[in-house]
Ligand binder design. Sequence first.
Ligand SMILES: Nc1ncnc2c1ncn2[C@@H]1O[C@H](COP(=O)(O)OP(=O)(O)O)[C@@H](O)[C@H]1O
Ligand SMILES: [Mg+2]
Length: 270
Amino acid sequence: MAKCCILSVCNHKGGVGKTTTVINLADGLTRLDKNVLVLDMDAQANASHTLSKESPYASQFTMYNVLMDKAKILSTSYQDTRNDKLKIIPGHISLAGAEHELRSSSIVGALALQRKIEGDPVILDTFDYIIVDCPPSLGLLTVNALIASDYYIVPVEASSIYALHGIKFLQEIVEDVKAQANDNLSLLGVLVTMFDHRTNISKALRTEIGRHFGKENVFGTAIHRNTAIEQATLNRNTIFEHSPRAAGSRDYLDIAKEVVRRSEARGSAI
Ligand SMILES: Nc1ncnc2c1ncn2[C@@H]1O[C@H](COP(=O)(O)OP(=O)(O)O)[C@@H](O)[C@H]1O
Ligand SMILES: [Mg+2]
């Protein structure tokens, strides 16, 4: 039987394309016939605003409830989206206080998500990929996501000279998680986002990102800056729903193929 592959999309910075990558990679994977579950761990719930049918703020079943309520399990908490192969457990504003509550909870707060997934074999049988949208911080929610994951993907924007600032803190957290809680965790790839082949800064940053992480650790596909992606966000659609012929749809389908290739080559999601 196929093994479910759990991916966290993380970067401590906001606005680098994490949520855009989560929703469009998830939709892209469904177009390769994969069943996908998105877990929205961000209090801003942006992925949920795009994918959920109902307002995430009205929902009884959010990642906050799943993490905090011992009785709630993932496989009875996910919701339908407009896409049959794509489900979501939404984020919620109350996740903003979750880090504090997890820290003071009697169970080890950093392991809450991993325990929910391990204790729920149905969820692993139902989905080929579980993709976690992380908040723009390196706090306990991101640590929860990393401890529960097989792989992590780091979007880095090729349009800001600050793109790699502070990246060493993310790498340190990953090393701590690997050493102390999840030696299975590995980098699936760094994803260059907002790439503009016409500008020297984009080209220089792509080279710099390759030098920093090692070229083999950077996805061959870069996500180009594409106004259709911004319009899709405004309309609360994925790029495939909004504009299937846009460059952004091609890029995200290519990255979905690369994610399948890389994860299958390493033995998850066979
Ligand atoms: N490739 C792209 N081209 C143009 N706009 C993009 C692209 N990727 C993301 N954006 C826009 O940038 C903004 C921030 O992206 P988002 O994915 O929400 O970042 P994060 O989740 O890291 O905070 C959004 O408005 C989104 O539409
Ligand atoms: Mg986001």
